[in-house]
Ligand binder design. Structure first.
Ligand code: NYM
Ligand code: MG
Length: 220
């Protein structure tokens, strides 16, 4: 149970297109925080280990089809089913690093171009989830992405989708707070240092920030 003096952990989200370097940066950040004496945990969405996550995994690998809205709500449900455990970790002083979150959830679904699945519609089921203290967007150009090699074999891993996803991330981030755009076109070490300085600043401000908040609606 939480003592009155326990400083809460931070909720840190890392977002970006495929091959932006999210997983490597999450690992380097985990190491940095843990060496600095912080309790830290790494999670990723989708969490493919739960029953809902297994449905998502089959969909992404192409072995199952789903209506666009239905799979969208399953991705969101996958976050909701872990929300309590995230809140508990944060309250007990653990900083949680999250590899993809609601931002990917909204933009990948909206990028499909389904006329009844707009960015605004896609954001709605995210409202009320634990709100990140900072979302680091690892930004790479289309050219840099192409240099980093071929796409994987999963659904969404193609040029057309990635281009739309890039544009939608931009417009979404203009409508949410606590977003830090990181130039991820640099070396792993340089990017990692930029991330560390943003995160250190965020953790330094936590007392002033108060308790963990919840995600709100998109600004107009
Ligand atoms: N994705 C991820 C979504 O479409 N909606 C979501 O809510 C989330 C979290 O899943 N191409 C997509 C983006 C990715 C794919 O993610 C799998 P990863 O990080 O490649 O395992
Ligand atoms: Mg991927």
């Amino acid at each position: 149970s939480q003592s009155a003096s326990t400083r809460r952990g931070a909720l840190i989200v890392v977002e970006g297109l495929d091959r932006a370097g999210k997983s490597s940066q999450c690992e380097m950040l985990r190491e940095y925080l843990s060496k600095g004496g912080n309790a830290v945990k790494y999670i990723r969405f989708p969490d493919r280990t739960t029953p809902i996550g297994q449905l998502i995994d089959s969909y992404l690998r192409g072995s199952a089809n789903q209506d666009d809205h239905s799979i969208h709500l399953l991705f969101s449900a996958n976050r909701w089913e872990l929300a309590k455990s995230i809140e508990q970790d944060i309250a007990s002083g653990t900083t949680v690093i999250v590899d993809r979150y609601s931002y990917s959830g909204a933009v990948y679904s909206a990028a499909k171009g389904n006329p009844t699945l707009s960015l605004d519609w896609a954001w709605l089921p995210e409202i009320g989830l634990p709100r990140p203290d900072i979302c680091l967007f690892l930004s790479i150009s289309a050219e840099e992405a192409a240099k980093r090699g071929g796409y994987g074999a999963e659904r969404y891993e193609n040029e057309t989708m990635q281009t739309r996803v890039r544009e939608l991330f931009r417009s979404l981030f203009g409508r949410q707070e606590d977003i830090a755009v990181i130039d991820a076109g640099k070396s792993l070490e340089e990017v990692s240092i930029d991330i560390q300085s943003v995160v250190a600043d965020c953790i330094g401000r936590l007392d002033a920030t108060g308790p963990l908040r919840t995600l709100g609606p998109l600004a107009k």
